[in-house]
Design a binder for this molecule. Structure first.
Ligand code: PHE
Length: 452
């Protein structure tokens, strides 16, 4: 890895590693809390439209740029720019992913704490106790900060080991395991008393709750969940082989990602309604709901509950890790290739920068109340700013770049399926990236700014 670019070893490895980037806390932590805050089923419907109409074409656009150039994000855009400043989108991606990694590691650190606590059987009590436990832990100055740094260092170690050994091997084993455990927990959660209300909340849309803000939140969630607009997909696609079918890969990943998010919703809301946790509790939602599932659904078989809770947090940590690896890789590949330093050195620059952001985010959740801006913690500000502004903006420009600027032949060649030599849906795709995607994102932006 020091001298040559890595590449993924197998077709399945590509899909799983890219899906590993997409599937993470975005699905299991952010999706349920966003759904809860934005009224449930109606939000999910808009989210699905965003994934299908904007997410998949946007993913393919990043794949095209990355695979064509086989370089880090900034160089990939620059290679196709003919001296024009499109490379800025790549730089923006490096910056965006750094901020995301900073706050994401805080939540991943919370998961580490919960893994530790479930091993020690610490979070056992009624719903009130569980709520208090989170409040006192997250507002502590020391533990969340240390877990955050620990998580970033863990990511650093995997990234330094290289693409094939670290990222691919980890993804292959962990993703399927996480899926199985989620299904078990959905069944457990739905079997709780009064759980049906939660299922209804997820499936019965109430459109009276939809306003422009719900739309931008759904858009942001779709981009965040697919890792779109951070140049992450572009960086991963630079390791794809010619045989990878880009449209098929994007569709498969979007499907898997959405399936896991919906499963996470089905795991959280029935339990939340059953034990009386407010669905709009915000970022703490899964942490004040899940322990109740482990305690209550398995009350008659505490050992099973114990094992499942430990396993679940372990897998959650690992799902977060496959995502943080991808965020870290964007910066590492960039510093290594663009600044002509070693890969190890590049990784350290990224790690230190993310730790600084992460520490501020961790402290903003209660320990240092001054770190609140516009009524939101610094962590929430970073989260909103990246998901609702930076990511859609990068994707907007990427669609314009692919749709209008780079030679149509390049787009067509990359879009073509190399085993059948056919570019089915190319016309539809071009129409989407040229008109539909940029226009939709623009309209949602203008709404958000109050212009429309
Ligand atoms: N998509 C990841 C998740 O759902 C988060 C992520 C965002 C990963 C941006 C990489 C880049 O958890």
């Amino acid at each position: 890895m020091e001298n040559s670019r890595g590449s993924f070893g197998s077709k399945l490895g590509v899909i799983l590693a890219t899906a590993g980037s997409a599937v993470g806390l975005g699905n299991i932590w952010r999706f349920p809390y966003m759904t809860g805050q934005n009224g449930g089923a109606a939000f999910i419907l808009i989210y699905l439209v965003c994934i299908f109409m904007l997410g998949i074409p946007g993913m393919v656009a990043e794949f095209i740029i990355g695979r064509h150039s086989a370089a880090n994000a900034a160089r990939s855009y620059k290679n196709l720019s003919n001296g024009k400043p499109w490379g800025v989108i790549g730089y923006m991606g490096v910056f965006t992913s750094m901020i995301i990694l900073g706050f994401y590691a805080v939540v991943a650190g919370w998961c580490l704490q919960y893994l530790y606590a479930s091993i020690m059987a610490e979070v056992q009590g009624d719903a009130n106790f569980v709520k208090e436990y989170f409040a006192s832990f997250s507002s502590d100055a020391v533990r969340p900060t240390l877990w955050t740094i620990a998580f970033i260092l863990l990511t650093h170690v995997v990234v330094v080991k290289g693409v094939r050994n670290g990222i691919e091997r980890a993804s292959k084993i962990l993703m399927p395991l996480l899926f199985v455990l989620l299904v078990v927990l959905v069944v457990a959660s739905c079997s709780l008393q009064g759980a049906w209300k939660g299922v209804e909340f997820l499936l019965k849309p109430d459109f009276s709750k939809v306003d422009p803000n719900v739309m931008i939140e759904a858009l942001g969630q779709a981009f965040f969940s697919l890792s779109l607009g951070t140049a992450c997909l572009c960086t991963y696609a630079s390791y794809f082989s010619r045989q990878t079918n880009l449209l098929k890969t994007a569709t498969q990943i979007a499907f898997l990602d959405t399936l896991i998010a919906i499963l996470a919703g089905l795991m959280i809301f029935p339990a939340a309604f059953s034990v009386g946790v407010q669905p709009d509790s915000g970022p703490s939602l899964i942490f004040i709901t899940l322990p109740n599932v482990f305690n209550e659904a398995f009350a008659s078989m505490p050992v099973v509950g114990y094992v499942i809770s430990v396993l679940f947090y372990a897998l959650l940590v690992l799902a977060a890790l496959t995502s943080t690896i991808s965020m870290h890789e964007i910066g590492t590949a960039f510093f290594y290739e663009e600044m002509h330093i070693s890969r190890r050195g590049g990784a350290w620059i990224e790690t230190v920068a993310c730790c600084v952001i992460g520490v501020f985010c961790a402290l903003s959740c209660g320990a240092v109340p001054e770190l609140t801006f516009f009524g939101k913690s610094f962590l929430n500000c970073c989260d909103n700013f990246t998901a609702q502004w930076l990511m859609p903006m990068a994707s907007f420009f990427t669609c314009i770049f692919v749709g209008w600027y780079i030679p149509k032949k390049v787009v067509h060649d990359e879009f073509t399926n190399w085993s059948t030599l056919r570019g089915t849906f190319f016309g539809v795709y071009l129409f989407m990236v040229r008109f539909v995607c940029p226009l939709c994102i623009l309209i949602i932006f203008l709404h958000q700014l109050g212009v429309l």
